[in-house]
Ligand binder design. Structure first.
Ligand SMILES: Nc1ncnc2c1ncn2[C@@H]1O[C@H](COP(=O)(O)OP(=O)(O)OP(=O)(O)O)[C@@H](O)[C@H]1O
Length: 444
């Protein structure tokens, strides 16, 4: 039976590629071959292979392994979980050691032994399959602002503990990526982190999603189903949009966390579970507690460590650092070379308000790379930034659209009420739910 893995082979020798294709297709579900190393990053981004088999000696450039090492480092930086097995035509042990030190999973010499190469690739693939969910997930760039340096230090201290973590921050500030980073640095990283998004699950299914159900527990429960708490046992569970959880379920979750036991819907038998819980919200959870919309005792439970990701507009030092990383990443993916920013583009990005935070910046750079001309430098005109989003308090009201004015009024009301959303909603003459909806819409 074939191994259920996808192997990407990068070698500029046609004969080698043909021989490896014949061999590997007999043993692996999918084999992708590339001759030009310059497309390796985009081939990995698009094909999501489980293992890369990388030649060290591309004849197009050098013959001393430098090019292979260069691509190995690039792959390790962008896809740290992806195993890279190196190949060399020369019996060059120092080079092999260099490669292994740089993070290669293993090393093969040409001419290779068929059984040995298959064995090595299967071993490398089995390691990554444990990480399949996160193997190609984007890397978190920390930036250079003081806020992010402090946060990085704190994460370094808490990641290895089993402390529950609450991550707060506006939409797109990287809460999920930070949760993945914490999990990656924890003792539970061998197993993938599981995620449950309380903003995406319908309220009727919240309970079953978390606790699971027995067949027949409710109409439509046609078979037993494990909930996320049980599924994530032994690993970490990322609970996104925790502020969306209805009160009755908050009580059930609190009791499950306290007793480390859960009871599936339709069952009378509590079962033990062991998770590291990482929660996130873009809401003002303290204001929700003050309003009675979130249980204070549950907040204490999930809040052992609170990490706040500031909006991008409050850490302007990070904008260009991140933009340059994205330009390098997407330039390599779409154009085969890293791209840079012109001075005018850099000024435009720093001057923008980034209401969608890093998600918006990432998309803006990706789009700019795609639509830009042949130059490898992105100019200000390559960036299409939303005008609604760029509203700043200095703009006179007469020059604003209705949406811009509404956003500003909401923002001012929340500030005036010191984050108390009930009071802000009252001041604005709308319900709290409408206020939440508008905050979400305007990324406040
Ligand atoms: N520090 C970072 N480095 C690199 N990419 C980042 C960073 N932070 C966020 N991103 C990217 O921005 C996008 C949004 O990130 P993420 O989903 O983690 O944000 P979020 O705060 O959880 O968003 P939401 O609240 O909308 O769910 C993703 O594509 C992610 O890869």
């Amino acid at each position: 039976m074939k191994n259920d893995s996808h192997i990407l082979v990068a070698d500029d020798n046609r004969g080698v590629l043909e021989a490896l294709e014949l061999l590997l297709r007999r043993h692996f579900r999918q084999v992708t071959l590339i001759r030009n190393p310059a497309v390796i990053m985009s081939a990995v981004a698009d094909g999501r292979p489980d293992v890369v088999l990388l030649d060290m000696n591309f004849t197009s450039a050098f013959n001393n392994g430098n090019e292979g090492l260069y691509w190995l480092e690039r792959l390790r930086a962008t896809y740290p979980q992806l195993p890279v097995v190196l190949m060399t035509a020369f019996a060059d042990i120092p080079l092999a050691i260099k490669g292994i030190k740089a993070g290669a999973a293993d090393f093969i010499q040409k001419p290779w032994d068929n059984d040995r190469i298959v064995e090595i690739l299967i071993a490398a693939a089995s390691k990554v399959r444990k990480h399949r969910d996160v193997s190609c997930s984007p890397v978190m760039y920390w930036g250079e602002s003081d806020e992010m340096s402090r946060l990085k230090d704190l994460v370094g201290k808490v990641a290895a503990t089993d402390a529950t973590v609450l991550i707060t921050g506006e939409n797109g500030t990287g809460k999920e990526l930070l949760a993945e980073e914490i999990h990656r640095l924890s003792g539970r990283a061998e197993r993938p982190m599981l995620k449950v998004d309380m903003g995406a699950v319908s309220e009727t299914l919240f309970e079953s999603e978390l606790f699971g159900h027995r067949k027949g527990a409710f109409t439509g429960a046609v078979s037993d189903r494990k909930g996320k708490l049980a599924e994530a046992s032994g690993s970490s569970l990322f609970m996104d949009e925790i502020g969306n959880m209805p009160l009755h379920l908050q009580a059930k979750l609190l009791s499950a966390l306290q007793n480390r036991q859960l009871t599936a819907l339709g069952s009378n038998h509590p079962v033990s579970f062991d998770i590291r819980l990482i929660c996130a919200t873009n809401r003002n959870i303290d204001a929700m507690v003050a309003d009675g919309a979130f249980r204070e005792d549950l907040l204490y439970r999930i809040n052992t460590i609170r990490l706040h990701l500031p909006p991008l507009r409050q850490r302007k030092d990070d904008i260009l650092v991140l933009a340059r990383r994205f330009a390098a990443e997407f330039g390599t993916r779409y154009r085969g070379c890293e791209m840079s920013l012109s001075d005018s583009a850099a000024n435009r990005l720093v001057g923008y308000h980034w209401p969608g935070n890093i998600r918006e910046l990432r998309h803006a750079v990706e789009k700019a790379v795609i639509i830009s001309g042949s130059s490898d430098t992105l100019s200000a005109s390559d960036f299409e930034l939303s005008t609604v989003a760029s509203v700043s308090p200095e703009i006179p009201k007469a020059a604003m659209t209705i949406e811009e004015m509404e956003r500003q009024m909401i923002s001012e009301a929340i500030d005036a009420c010191k984050g108390n959303l009930s009071a802000a909603a009252q001041q604005l003459g709308i319900t709290r739910q409408t206020l939440y909806n508008k905050m979400r819409r305007y990324a406040l």
